[in-house]
Structure formats: structure tokens, C-alpha cells
Design a protein around this ligand. Structure first.
Ligand SMILES: C[S@@+](CC[C@H](N)C(=O)[O-])C[C@H]1O[C@@H](n2cnc3c(N)ncnc32)[C@H](O)[C@@H]1O
Length: 384
């Protein structure tokens, strides 16, 4: 990373993968498994080092990240003008040409610069002014799909400007075209499953599956299928150093690691026939229609497949659907189902409401804090 006149330092091929808070240790394990070096979990993401092949592999292969950034500049900036000067001090011809389009995405927290749109504009001006002065032409802006996307992060007056190698958020796998009621973000779903220790070596069931996100992510984990394999576009594809052949090699290598089938059942159930219809379509889109067994079933009638295995669910918890008081009886019923039909299984419940988790009425083996968007939640572990 290059520190500017405020103190400069040049590094190459150091990356920062961003994720939802709480997922850092899981993301660090994923990056290490994919071949990342010097993997260090931080706040809201994980730093790591690697070559271009690793950058491609990480974009294709991580399940729990939002995006992967390549930090270029780090500087203390208290005013938009200081930010402008810092950005001007980088030689941008190393990263793009005036024929590339650009866009700057910015988030600011606890800093003297407060206006993120204005900060983005100053960064864009600094880059474009440098090109105009040096070669008489400047890059134009493409807010939708820039060839070179920048990410500006300012926290406590420390600005980090990075190239965004991912583009659209990596959690958008492409198998879930329409929003269902209260769906789980795919990256969070994958993280919850990885946290249970499931890797396909046991049965897996979600008795409240809604659009089926947990089952589909579980199927991909069991198949060792990289989540980015069918994605058409990544941010790095617009960069001057994009190596099409290397990307194809990395993608083929990951594809060849996928298994064709799973050994143990993966089952999703929901009381709503329309949810199951939707989940079935999503699974087909994800290429796992042949693997997951879907059932329309009320929780009180539900029977797990041959086990033992992992039961995980994301029941209504009153923040979005339902009302807490009404839900107490429902969580009690869930506890009863676990005790009566899931002895020997690892049962996990993801909820924002500790009172509801208590209503399950099984002594929890533990609970892990996560965020579902902005809602603080816990993943409760029961061993009935
Ligand atoms: C929060 S949603 C699950 C969302 C899902 N994880 C996803 O990503 O799409 C909860 C689901 O529980 C289902 N549900 C609620 N009460 C139920 C019951 N008694 N029996 C079976 N399913 C029920 C709802 O129909 C809803 O689809």
C-alpha cells in the first residue's frame, strides 16, 4: 500500500476481503484453505496476501465475503482537499488508462469528512485531473458497471482507497431471482452452516426453509462447489491486467474439484406450498435440484430424515414476521420436536430474540453472536 505525503508505503498484492461483522474467523479459514498467505482477520474483513491467481480463486471460491479489495492508498485525511491531494499523489497510470471507465463507492464513519458522495467525487476528480494533465484525456464515469471500480473507506479520518476486484456483492449467487419473505443473505447462510461444522459428512435439514437458502448453500458446501462458478462478471475483468487465460484455468480447476452428488440427505420443509415451490426453483437454478428433498410440512408433523445430522433453521423472530408473544408457543413446539425426533442431532436455531431461544427449553450447548443485516442475532446450539 502506498502512504502518501502523509507517510507513504508501497505494497503489492495485499488484499482485504470484506464481510459482515462476526464472520471474520470463518472467512479467514476459507481464504487460508484457498491458498491465501498471511491471513489476518480484522474488523469487518480479512487481510491476506497472494498472487493474481489467488485473487481470482478467492472471488470464485469464498462463501462468506462481500467483496475483495486491493488496497492502493492509505492516508490520514481530515478534509476533502487533503483527500484530493492524497489521491493525486498516486500514479494512476499503473492501474488504468483514460479509456477505462471508473466509479467510486464510499463509506465514511466517525470522521471529519462526513459526506460520502462528496468524498467519492473528490477521489474521482483527483484521478481524472491527473489523467487530463498528463495526457489531455480523462476517464469517464460509469456508475453501473465501471471497468475500474474503487472503494473508499474512511474510518476515524483514516482513508483507504482500494480497487474493487468483485464488483457486485459476492453474496449474490444468482440462484434466487426474487425476494421471498425475510430471506437470509446467502453469505450469512453459508457462514451459519460452516459454523455448525457441516461439510456434507452427515444429514442436513431445515424444517422452516422458506426460499431454501440454507439447504442450497449446504448442498454447495457438500458438493465442494465454488459459489462463483456461474457468475458472469467480476470487477477485475475490467482491469488492464485481467488475464483471461489464467481466470479460465482457475475456474476450471475449481470446477474440477466439485463432486457430482452428496452422500447424505439434504432436506428442506416449510408449511407454505408457495415457499417450497420457490425453493425448488431456486435449487434448480443453483444446479442442486436433484440433491435436495423438499417437503410441504407443518413443523409439528415434520420428521427428520435418517440421521443423525445437522438441523438448522431461521424461524420467524418477531422483528419482521410474527409477534413475539405468539411465537413463544411456536419455539416451545420446536424444542419438543427436537427432543422427540432429533435425539443425537446437532440442532441450531438462528434468532434475534433470546427470550424466544429460551422457550425452546433445552439447555443450550452454546450461542454465537451474528448480525442479520443490522439486527443482532445469535446462533443457538442445542444437543437434544
Ligand atoms: C424467516 S423464514 C425462513 C427464511 C429462509 N431461511 C430463507 O432464507 O428463505 C421462516 C419460514 O418458516 C415457515 N414457517 C413458519 N411457521 C411454520 C410452521 N409451523 N411449520 C412449518 N414452517 C413454518 C414460514 O413459512 C417461513 O417460510
Amino acid at each position: 500500500m502506498l502512504r502518501t505525503s502523509f507517510g507513504s508505503r508501497l505494497v503489492s498484492l495485499r488484499y482485504f476481503a470484506t464481510c459482515a461483522r462476526g464472520l471474520e474467523p470463518l472467512l479467514a479459514d476459507e481464504l487460508a484453505d484457498l491458498g491465501g498467505r498471511q491471513v489476518e482477520p480484522g474488523r469487518g474483513g480479512v487481510e491476506f496476501r497472494g498472487d493474481l491467481a489467488l485473487l481470482y480463486r478467492a472471488n470464485l471460491g469464498v462463501r462468506t465475503a462481500v467483496r475483495i479489495l486491493r488496497p492502493i492508498l492509505s492516508a490520514t485525511t481530515r478534509t476533502p482537499d487533503e483527500l484530493y491531494d492524497a489521491v493525486r499523489s498516486v500514479d494512476w497510470s499503473a492501474y488504468m488508462t483514460p479509456d477505462h471507465t471508473l466509479a467510486v463507492d464510499c463509506n465514511v464513519r466517525d470522521s471529519q469528512i462526513t459526506h460520502s458522495l462528496y468524498a467519492s467525487r473528490r477521489v474521482k476528480d483527483a484521478i481524472c485531473d491527473q489523467f487530463r494533465e498528463r495526457c489531455g484525456r480523462r476517464p469517464s464515469v460509469d456508475a453501473e458497471r465501471p471497468m475500474v471500480g474503487f472503494n473508499l473507506h474512511i474510518y476515524r479520518n483514516e482513508a483507504v482507497l482500494s480497487l474493487d476486484s468483485s464488483g457486485e456483492s459476492l453474496h449474490k449467487r444468482g440462484y434466487r431471482p426474487v425476494q421471498t419473505r425475510a430471506p437470509l443473505n446467502e453469505a450469512l447462510a453459508a457462514a451459519l452452516i460452516l459454523r455448525t461444522g457441516y461439510h456434507g459428512e452427515r444429514a442436513f435439514a431445515d424444517p422452516l426453509c422458506g426460499g431454501g437458502t440454507l439447504c442450497i448453500e449446504a448442498a454447495w458446501i457438500a458438493l465442494r462447489r465454488a459459489p462463483g462458478l456461474t457468475r458472469k462478471h467480476f470487477g477485475f475483468m475490467g482491469w488492464p491486467d485481467y488475464n483471461v487465460r489464467l481466470f479460465a484455468e482457475v475456474r476450471d480447476e475449481l470446477r474440477s474439484r466439485s463432486r457430482r452428488d452428496v452422500e447424505f440427505p439434504i432436506v428442506g420443509a416449510d408449511q407454505r406450498a408457495d415457499a417450497i415451490e420457490f425453493a425448488t426453483g431456486n435449487a434448480r437454478n443453483a444446479g442442486v435440484g436433484h440433491i435436495i428433498d423438499w417437503q410441504v410440512s407443518q413443523l409439528h408433523d415434520w420428521q427428520p430424515p435418517a440421521g443423525p445430522g445437522v438441523v438448522i433453521c431461521n424461524p420467524p423472530y418477531g422483528e419482521r414476521i410474527g409477534d413475539v408473544k405468539e411465537l413463544m408457543g411456536y419455539y416451545r413446539q420446536m424444542g419438543q420436536v427436537f427432543r422427540e425426533r432429533c435425539a443425537g442431532w446437532d440442532c441450531w436455531v438462528f434468532t434475534s430474540n433470546d427470550q424466544l431461544a429460551e422457550a425452546v427449553d433445552i439447555e443450550p450447548a452454546g450461542s454465537i453472536p451474528y448480525f442479520n443485516g443490522k439486527i443482532p442475532c445469535r446462533l443457538w446450539h442445542y444437543l437434544p
